[in-house]
Write a protein that binds this ligand. Structure first.
Ligand SMILES: O=C(O)CCC(=O)C(=O)O
Ligand SMILES: [Fe+2]
Length: 188
């Protein structure tokens, strides 16, 4: 957290203190082998909706990042962790200076794969806002917004519910891929 703060030129303790009472989630993912990997998703394309993700993958490989309009493999390196910026950090805390990265996990036909993921999230009632140094006020610049992390989750949930209703009516197969962006900040 201190490195992220240094990179943004804000007080180096800012995020460390902000996340001291974080409510984080640890998840294990198991991707079984699949006879038709090109027609399946392990984890479909998404940006993580939390603040920061720390991911450990085994040596099978399957994590892809979407950069410059192409999917790139994230080659597993023994003992290395993958750190992902999530939407809360990108869109709110860094005021759009950092970007969250579209990624997915693909399956293969010969080896099952495992990953262990730590999702760092602010406490639900915490006000999520950028440091004042990151708020540009000149004309046309991005304005900051204040929103509680709980509200972000509620907004996402409403979006999901609406989308599910819509898609279950329109998808002929009854299956669909869901990509959930964090709502845009209001203008004032
Ligand atoms: O298993 C992976 O490599 C990626 C998992 C992931 O993106 C997630 O759980 O959010
Ligand atoms: Fe993810």
């Amino acid at each position: 957290m201190e490195l992220l703060a240094i990179g943004l030129g804000v007080d180096r303790m800012l995020y460390r203190e902000f996340f001291e009472d974080a409510v984080s989630i640890m998840r294990t993912n198991l991707y079984p082998t699949c006879q038709e990997p090109n027609r399946s998703h392990g984890t479909g394309p998404h940006c993580d909706p939390n603040a920061l993700t720390i991911l450990h993958q085994d040596l099978v490989g399957g994590l892809d990042l979407f950069v410059d309009n192409k999917w790139h493999k994230v080659r597993p390196i023994p003992g290395a962790l993958v750190i992902n910026i999530g939407d809360v950090f990108a869109n709110a805390l860094s005021n759009g200076i950092y970007r969250s990265c579209l990624h997915r996990a693909v399956v293969n036909s010969h080896k099952e794969r495992r990953s262990l993921v730590f999702f760092m999230c602010p406490r639900a009632d915490k006000l999520v806002k950028p440091a004042k140094e990151l708020v540009r006020t000149s004309e046309g610049a991005q304005e900051s917004f204040w929103i509680s992390h709980g509200q972000i989750c509620l907004n996402s949930l409403k979006t999901i519910t609406e989308l599910m209703k819509l898609l279950s009516k329109t998808s002929p197969t009854g299956s669909f891929l869901l990509i959930i962006p964090i709502p845009n900040p209001p203008n004032n």
